[in-house]
Write a protein that binds this ligand. Structure first.
Ligand code: GLP
Length: 241
């Protein structure tokens, strides 16, 4: 596991965007795994800026999002489909049929897994880090060999993501790639930034590999880069969530 530390989230986002764009330049047909959450917004913003200057960026790229809430339609303002349109898909030349986000109304975990396989498998996957160490929506206790499936969200995760649901109806379930699905990606880049992540980052750094801390599965992969915000790794720890 390689670590790079950044003084500011801007610099971290720049680095992440360049990794993504370089990977596309190297293989314009690349299959990407993509995250949501607050952390990757800066990365997407820079990718969109760069792509608007290039002849084409995403015309042959295939993407698979890590997860989606169950029980809300794609068009819901809090859905990850909406998030991806807002931050990336509506601003680049990706073909809609190549931009995959699990369907939260008709979740088909096996079908999603099959689509990833049929596309040739994930070549490069970006991840965010939940305060309790979750990756995708794989909460503590998730087996490391798990694949795409429907999961129940913990109270702390529902609380952390409540901003997207101002009416208070935070979904209770989600469909997520499993930890096994993520580990099958050839390369992984974890973006670890933002408030409340200190404890999770310290735990990941400790090197202890345990299913009670999902992100620790990444130690079992041979090509993982962690981009970490210095402040996020240095501030005194708060409650996990
Ligand atoms: C959500 C997503 C995760 C994401 C996490 C952290 O729960 N399902 O994929 O990594 O939140 O989000 P943030 O970047 O907002 O802290």
């Amino acid at each position: 596991m390689n670590w790079e530390t950044f003084d500011a989230q801007d610099a971290l986002a720049d680095r992440a965007a360049h990794i993504l764009l370089d990977a596309i330049r190297e293989n314009p047909r690349i299959v990407l795994g993509l995250p949501t959450g607050r952390t990757p917004i800066g990365m997407y913003h820079r990718v969109v800026q760069e792509c608007s200057r290039e002849y084409h960026c995403f015309s042959d790229v295939v993407t698979f999002n890590l997860d989606e809430y169950v029980g809300i339609p794609r068009e819901h303002p809090g859905s990850y489909w909406t998030y991806m349109r807002q931050h990336l898909f509506d601003h680049v030349d990706i073909h809609p049929e190549n931009a995959h986000v699990p369907d939260g109304m008709h979740p088909d975990p096996e079908g999603y897994e099959r689509e990833i396989r049929d596309a040739g498998g994930l070549a490069l996957t970006f991840l965010g880090l939940g305060r309790n160490g979750h990756i995708g929506f794989n909460e503590p206790g998730t087996p490391f060999d798990s694949h795409t499936r429907i999961v129940e969200l913990t109270q702390s995760t529902r609380h952390a993501n409540a901003d997207s649901f101002p009416d208070g109806h935070v979904p209770t379930h989600a469909i997520t790639m499993g930890i096994g699905t993520i580990l099958e990606s050839k390369r992984i880049v974890l973006l670890a930034a933002g408030s409340g992540k200190e404890e999770a980052i310290a735990r990941l750094r400790s090197g202890e590999v345990t299913e009670t801390f999902p992100a620790s599965a990444l130690w079992k992969h041979e090509d993982v880069l962690v981009l970490v915000e210095r402040q996020a790794s240095a501030r005194p720890s708060g409650p996990a969530g």
